[in-house]
Design a protein around this ligand. Structure first.
Ligand SMILES: *Cc1c(COP(=O)(O)O)cnc(C)c1O
Length: 388
């Protein structure tokens, strides 16, 4: 069994994807070609925002969004303590100080009450200026944007949605990547909508930010006259070289069709099977992911919490022997990463994250898993719990 089976997906879409790649090869338009423009339109429409700007990866997407707001030294950027490194790496890379906020133990997402506490602490210290909240849609589930937005409005903070794992998710009928003043996603192969290499995108309703982002993605070029071929060599600001290749866009256009029409639905069915199997096997010690009524997850991961009496690495070893790959997302709270040692970022009070880092376990999931495979994973876990 694969953790996330990308080869099954390719087998299903081989004809379309091969043709789409071939078309790009024949066009010889490898950078910013037709498929890139088409993809940006299609994704903006799906998410329900005015502008989508593709870029090289989800990390660049975060950095460029922060750069568009001129975030840097002296600024505090609030980031969940339980997330992939990029969410905190990007503000720090621009000279800002990531302030890590504890998460909710059942959704794994930023705790809006802890966010307000963190903002008040920074204001009381008086050394940094609170500027941005980076809210992450962890494991496919959108954060609680109603509550987070309230805190942002109260303290005049920008909201940046890190939807790298969240594409396809929903909250109150609105799609992930539409909640931030700017939102970002990643097309890394194992993300909910992945390409065959690196890729990313930035979403916003704000036209002037969109123009600025387009400029930043291509060496700070002049975007005032997009039809002038020479504007590329008129550089108005220091930018980046961060673009999505035409081949990746062509692959994504094909994969997006089946993502929309069946994969998102199918992966939700697999998640439901997991819950049903854990209940049928009467495994009550393992805490299952919890999706509240107003939410819809795109299941970037299916992450459970094992009870504290279980030796998690022994369980992983046993499952591996049985042909079941698992992963621990994440092993370490952000504030304890060596990269932040000795900085203000290190001093965070995040007991929930610390507990999660020692108890979470991500199980194999993708739209192609069968009910039998899910039952096998769950009964193997039960067997281990019984003998330990
Ligand atoms: C994967 C990921 C990123 C970075 O995306 P890349 O395309 O790998 O650069 C950022 N934030 C989160 C939460 C992620 O999971």
């Amino acid at each position: 069994m694969q953790f996330r089976d990308l080869s099954k997906q390719y087998a299903c879409l081989k004809t379309q994807i091969d043709c789409a790649i071939q078309d790009v090869l024949l066009s010889s338009n490898f950078i910013s070609g037709g498929p890139v423009k088409k993809l940006e339109k299609v994704l903006a429409d799906y998410v329900g925002v005015k502008h989508c700007i593709t870029c090289a990866n989800g990390t660049d997407a975060l950095t460029i969004a922060l750069k568009a707001w001129n975030i840097g030294k002296g600024d505090a950027v609030f980031v969940p303590d339980f997330t992939f490194f990029s969410s905190g790496e990007c503000p720090a890379g621009l000279g800002a100080t990531p302030i890590f906020v504890d998460v909710d133990s059942s959704t794994y997402n930023m705790d809006p009450e802890q966010l307000e506490v963190a903002v008040q602490n920074i204001l009381a210290e008086g050394r940094l200026t609170p500027k941005v909240v980076v809210a992450v849609d962890l494991f496919g589930l959108p954060a609680n944007y109603e509550k987070i937005k309230k805190v942002c409005d109260k303290y005049s903070l920008f909201l940046l949605e890190d939807g790298a794992q969240g594409f396809g998710g929903e909250f109150k009928g609105k799609k992930a990547c539409s909640f931030g003043d700017i939102s970002t996603t990643s097309f890394f192969p194992a993300k909910p909508l992945g390409c065959y290499g690196d890729g990313g995108a930035i979403f916003t309703d704000n036209g002037s930010w969109a123009d600025l982002i387009r400029s930043l993605c291509v060496h700070g070029k002049d975007t005032s006259n997009p039809n002038d071929p020479n504007s590329k060599y008129n550089n108005l600001r220091i930018g980046f070289n961060s673009r999505l290749d035409s081949i990746q866009a062509a692959v994504l256009l094909q994969k997006f069709e089946s993502f929309k029409s069946n994969e998102l639905h199918d992966i939700n069915r697999v998640a439901k099977w997991y819950r049903e199997c854990f209940i049928a096997e009467e495994i009550s010690d393992v805490e299952l992911p919890c999706i509240d009524n107003d939410f819809y997850s795109s299941w970037a991961q299916y992450t459970v919490q094992v009870p504290s009496y279980v030796n998690r690495s022994e369980l992983q070893k046993k499952l591996k022997e049985l042909g079941i790959p698992t992963n621990v997302y994440y092993m370490k709270p952000m504030h304890l990463q060596g990269a932040f040692s000795g900085t203000r970022s290190e001093t965070a009070d995040c007991p929930i994250t610390e507990r999660l880092c020692s108890s979470v376990l991500s199980l194999p999931i993708d739209p192609f898993k069968t009910k039998d495979e899910v039952a096998y994973v769950v009964s193997s876990i039960k067997e281990f719990l019984k003998n330990n």
